[in-house]
Ligand binder design. Structure first.
Ligand SMILES: Nc1ncnc2c1ncn2[C@@H]1O[C@H](COP(=O)(O)OP(=O)(O)O)[C@@H](O)[C@H]1O
Ligand SMILES: [Mg+2]
Length: 244
């Protein structure tokens, strides 16, 4: 079983939105998916409840995970894997650093959503460093970018970081489909399968799946991580994704 965690300190970055749609897209691609909600606010759990009456095309098990049980997370994940699940998606509150460390330790891949602004990127970079210390794979996801044609400027700026595996391809745009889907208890690929948001999430799932399959290029990643310019490079990509 593979595990993917959405982490970042900032609220509103899109952890719950992307966790729900990624879980549904992965289920649509044939994975047997469980989504674990580590956020006491329980947004993902409520999405799971709405799903029960939403006629969703794919099955996703959704469960609240009490932070008091974090010490037993390893054993719980063993049981989940034994039950036949092939993918566990973790949604977190991202604020409590001890909890983040314990969750990151159990994640094959940590995804750090960030809005495309300097302040958000800086905040996500702090989480990235904490995860790096826990020696896990981690990648930024630029989310809520302006949904306009970006030309090649942003993509060119992103290419380097994407190749190193520290920035997810694609950048995700702010789209109403994401908000409508979560309100309906669906993923965007279920809510509006032909839409742009669905396309972006399919690409996100493909990127994630490839990362889960491929070994880490440690040399290249160390280069990207140790460089003090990582935040600067990300900020440059974020800036290039904006309108002039
Ligand atoms: N790509 C997106 N397009 C449109 N709205 C988004 C997108 N990502 C997040 N949102 C909206 O932004 C708000 C915060 O997202 P949420 O997933 O709750 O963030 P977090 O879980 O990190 O706090 C929500 O209202 C959500 O609907
Ligand atoms: Mg959330």
């Amino acid at each position: 079983m593979h595990t993917v965690a959405f982490l970042t300190q900032k609220g509103g970055a899109g952890k719950t939105t992307l966790a729900s749609s990624l879980a549904a897209a992965a289920a649509g691609a044939g994975e047997s998916v469980i989504a674990l909600d580590f956020d006491p606010q329980g947004s993902l759990t409520r999405w799971g409840k709405r799903r029960l009456t939403a006629n969703a095309a794919n099955r996703v098990a959704v469960e609240q995970f009490e932070l008091a049980r974090l010490a037993r997370l390893g054993a719980v994940l063993d049981r989940i894997a034994d039950a036949g699940f092939t993918l566990a998606v973790f949604d977190t509150a991202g604020a409590d650093s001890e909890a983040v460390r314990m969750i990151a330790e159990r994640a094959d891949l940590c995804l750090l959503p960030s809005r495309p602004t300097l302040l958000d990127v800086e905040s996500a970079a702090a989480t990235f460093r904490a995860i790096y210390l826990a020696k896990r794979k981690a990648a930024f996801v630029l989310n809520q970018c302006p949904p306009t044609y970006r030309g090649n400027r942003a993509n060119d700026a992103a290419k380097d970081l994407t190749r190193l595996g520290v920035l997810v391809e694609p950048m995700l745009s702010a789209r109403i489909d994401f908000q409508d889907a979560i309100a309906a208890g669906l993923g965007v690929t279920e809510h509006a399968p032909q839409g742009r948001a669905a396309q972006e999430i399919e690409m996100l799932w493909n990127w994630v799946r490839n990362q889960l399959r491929s070994p880490v290029n440690e040399g290249a990643k160390r280069d990207a991580r140790s460089s003090a310019s990582l935040t600067d490079r990300l900020a440059a990509v974020a800036r290039a994704s904006q309108l002039r």
